[in-house]
Structure formats: C-alpha cells, structure tokens
Design a protein around this ligand. Structure first.
Ligand SMILES: NC(=O)c1ccc[n+]([C@@H]2O[C@H](COP(=O)([O-])OP(=O)(O)OC[C@H]3O[C@@H](n4cnc5c(N)ncnc54)[C@H](OP(=O)(O)O)[C@@H]3O)[C@@H](O)[C@H]2O)c1
Length: 210
C-alpha cells in the first residue's frame, strides 16, 4: 500500500521502516525533507522509502499515519490538506508533558479529536498502546504482542489490522472510535509502568483467551 507517515520520529521512523520492509511504499511527510536526520533515516530504511513535504506525502498516501507529538497534531493535520476518504491511523497519545496523565480523556480522546479535525477521513486508532521498540519487534518468545485498534469504518479497520499483522502483531478489534478513550488510557498505564515505575520498555499487552 501507499503509506504516508507524518512525523519521522520514534514511532513514525520505526513503523515506516517496518512497513517498507514488508513491501509497502512509504513516504515520510516531514517539515524538512532534506535534513541530515531525514537522510539518515531513509538510508537506514532503504526499500525505496522517500521523504516529502507533509502536504505532498499526505496527498499521495492511501493510508496516512499520524505520528506527531499531540500538541503538534492539529497543525500537522492542517498541513496534510484534504484527507477525505483516506485511512488515517492515529498513533498519538495526548500525554501531559510531565507524564502524570492524559490531557484529555473520559469524555473525548485524541482519536475523536483527530477525526473531528481530519474531516471525512476514515480514522483508526492504532499503534498507541506500546512503546516504539516493541513496534520494531513485537515478538516475545513464541508470543506476538497484542495490538488493539478501534474505529468506525470497518474496511479501514481491516486495512490497519493487516498492516499491524504485517509487522508482527496479533491484532484485536477494540470497537468503535469512541473506544480510543480506553486505548489512550491503556497507553497511559504502559507509560506509567515503563517510566514512572521503571519497568523499562520490554513488556507488552497480551490478550489471553479461553
Ligand atoms: N514514543 C513511543 O514509544 C510512543 C508509543 C506510542 C505512541 N506514541 C505517540 O506517537 C506520537 C509520536 O511520538 P514519538 O515518540 O515518535 O515522537 P518524536 O520522536 O518526538 O517524533 C515526532 C515527530 O513529529 C514531527 N513533528 C513535530 N511537529 C510536527 C508538525 N507540526 N508537522 C509535522 N511533523 C511534526 C517531528 O519532526 P521534527 O523532527 O521536525 O521536529 C518528529 O519527527 C506521540 O503522539 C506519542 O504520544 C509514542
């Protein structure tokens, strides 16, 4: 698929690399496509990955991954231009700068805000409930980490689930986009355990069934 990755940081860089390695066409939408940082990332990724302006990258993507800091996300969406009909993956977490909690939640979520800002886009919340090192390698012994996703467009959800599976996750449909409120809280718990409680990054959520 043609995937535009908006934000080439920890999450964007890691997922972009994973998608490119599985044969997807990846274009990073960045503020400075010619920067040394961007060049180094593209060299590391290979597989024909490119960088362009945010607007150019977003225009060419069938899928647009938002991987920007929460405070920059509204502006990044505006820079994307018309996102109507596109599958937009929201990986953001509206975490407070001191990591003590979420900027918003319970009555709304970043996922719902993204859907309001990106008019007509088919928004799916995904890739927000674990740290980026686990996006590079979701395999834990014989187990695959669980990646939850939610959204209101069934076809868009299928596309996003397949992308998560391509890079090694087991996926679980967590319902409508309103459940981004729950997934963002799960992310906050992961962040608390990893950073505040000092657990580090080598742990993931795994759904067990019987
Ligand atoms: N880190 C994790 O493990 C993790 C896990 C799950 C979800 N998340 C969420 O994913 C998002 C990204 O996190 P991250 O750790 O990848 O952040 P990061 O490493 O700081 O990368 C953010 C990227 O966004 C770009 N950016 C900033 N403002 C922008 C704008 N207005 N327009 C376009 N691009 C812009 C930055 O570009 P410049 O280099 O030009 O500044 C940078 O490449 C956050 O919302 C975070 O909560 C993070």
């Amino acid at each position: 698929m043609k995937i535009s990755v908006i934000g080439a940081g920890n999450v964007g860089g890691t997922l972009g690399k994973g998608f490119a390695s599985k044969g997807h066409s990846v274009v990073f939408g960045v503020r400075d496509p010619e920067s040394d940082k961007t060049r180094a990332l593209l060299k590391d990724i290979g597989h024909g990955a490119r960088a362009a302006s945010v607007a150019e990258a977003a225009a060419g993507g069938e899928v647009v991954l938002l991987a920007t800091p929460w405070p920059a996300t509204r502006e990044a969406i505006q820079m994307c231009g018309d996102l109507r009909g596109k599958v937009v993956i929201d990986s953001t977490n509206p975490v407070k700068p001191d990591l003590t909690g979420l900027e918003l939640g319970h009555t709304t979520s970043a996922g719902e805000q993204v859907a309001a800002w990106a008019a007509g886009a088919r928004v799916v919340k995904c890739f927000n409930t674990t740290g980026y090192p686990n996006m590079a390698n979701p395999q834990y012994g014989e187990n695959k980490a669980t990646m939850f996703y939610c959204g209101d467009d069934p076809a868009a959800k299928k596309i996003v689930a397949k992308l998560a599976e391509d890079i090694g996750f087991e996926t679980v449909d967590a319902g409508p986009l309103v459940n981004a409120r729950l997934l963002e809280s799960c992310a906050m718990l992961w962040i608390y355990l990893a950073i505040k409680q000092g657990m580090g990054v080598n742990f993931v959520y795994k759904l067990l069934k019987r």
